[in-house]
Design a protein around this ligand. Structure first.
Ligand code: SF4
Length: 394
């Protein structure tokens, strides 16, 4: 397939591919082996995204993002590696950081990333997601400390604008919610869905106001996803008044390469989409083949940044740990330095931690030899500590 067929995207919708038998490049043997994987972890792609794959390269990074591999069957990791479910406070609502609530509004994506940290949501018996946000709204209304709400899932932009609009409108009606975020990989998987929808533009223009913006949390993993269609989609979102930023996990075989990651950062900055977070790939069930050890990943991240302007190097490298977003700040010969960017408990809010290095660590829990541990309040008076607690809610 040739990406040129999508070049102008005038109303053309990609065709969803939900069965491996629909992928002509796979042999019958591969289909048989990989069906064992997709029996466990759902498969979905579409013909636009497939057109980006270079099938002559068995290690093609785009292929790695959506096409299953038998290595996923290795029994490694946990289904809910960040214990997200433990922060579920009402049906479809997670509340981990005081100022931020998550509404899980659907359990469908335009394609499924093989390394997805929420793959549990796509399994039959999961009940963490709801399209009915009434309980969520009630919860948010009762919690004035929540000043931003992330719509996520699944991918909220897979919903039609007519279904999404009432959700955005109702969240916008909550006075203390200033920022609405939409977490989405549609700009990479199906950018035409966005720029061919004038009603989406009208909705963004209406609800992303000068005082209270809508943020699009885009998810580009590799610079080759930034096709002319994707760039047109990002321009559409920016012109509609949304703020767009990018976050990506660091994935083995996709972007665990300083040159590739640096190119992604640079291209995003040229387009006007700041790189926001790079995540250590979570130890989610089936993810062994996608994970790079923490210290190696950090070195790739830092090296990638050396070739970037200040605007392109704004991302932080973090682990979404069950206790908070822990940034990997630096390495010395002996030690690794961590800092909480966001913390589930206020006492961890400014915590800085030093551990002995462990080159085999895949996650924060693999660091066991603590060297130092400091929080801003540690050497201050009780009243100062109180002011930090208050700041948490501003
Ligand atoms: S787009 Fe996000 S939620 Fe959907 S499969 Fe990819 S990582 Fe998971």
């Amino acid at each position: 397939m040739n990406n040129a067929s999508f070049a102008h995207g005038n109303g053309k919708k990609p065709r969803y591919l939900n069965k491996l038998e629909q992928i002509p490049q796979l042999s019958q043997g591969e289909v048989k082996d990989l069906n064992e994987v997709t029996d466990q972890f759902v498969f979905r792609t579409n013909d636009y995204y497939q057109s980006l794959i270079d099938w002559d390269d068995p290690e093609d990074p785009i292929r790695k993002i959506v096409m299953p591999e038998t290595g996923e069957l290795e029994d490694w990791g946990r289904l809910d590696a960040s214990d997200e479910e433990s922060y579920t406070v009402a049906k479809g609502v997670e509340h981990k950081y005081s100022s931020t609530a998550l509404l899980l509004v659907n359990e469908v994506c335009a394609a499924y990333c093989r390394f997805c940290f929420r793959k549990r949501l796509f399994m039959d018996d999961n009940e963490e997601v709801t399209k009915d946000i009434s309980e969520g709204l009630e919860y948010i209304n009762a919690h004035p400390e929540i000043n931003n709400v992330l719509l996520t899932g699944g991918d909220p932009l897979i919903m039609s604008t007519s279904k999404l609009e009432p959700i955005i409108r109702k969240v916008r009606e909550v006075d203390h919610v200033n920022i609405i975020r939409i977490g989405t990989k549609i700009p990479a998987f199906n950018p035409m869905r966005i720029y061919n929808d004038p009603s989406l533009k009208a909705m963004l223009e209406k609800y992303s106001t000068p005082e209270k913006r809508i943020y699009i949390m885009a998810h580009f993993n590799h610079p080759r996803e930034l096709t002319p269609e994707a760039i047109r989609c990002l321009e559409f979102l920016l012109k509609a008044g949304a703020i767009v930023v990018n976050q990506t996990p660091l994935i083995a075989g996709v972007n665990d390469n300083a040159q590739v990651l640096g190119e992604l950062f640079n291209k995003l900055s040229f387009i006007g989409v700041p790189p926001y977070y790079v995540f250590q790939c979570r130890p989610t069930l089936g993810n062994k083949i996608y994970v790079t050890p923490v210290e190696q990943a950090y070195e790739i991240f830092e090296t990638a940044r050396t070739g970037c302007s200040g605007l392109a190097k704004r991302a932080r490298f973090v682990m979404s740990h069950s206790t908070g977003k822990i940034e990997i700040v630096g390495l010395t010969q002996e030690h690794i330095y961590f800092k909480y960017q966001r913390a589930a408990k206020a006492k961890d809010g400014s915590r800085f931690l030093v551990f002995k290095r462990n080159p085999n660590a895949y996650w924060f829990d693999d660091y066991v030899e603590a060297v130092d541990d400091y929080s801003l309040g540690d050497s201050a008076s009780d009243s100062r500590q109180t002011s930090f607690d208050i700041l948490e809610y501003v």
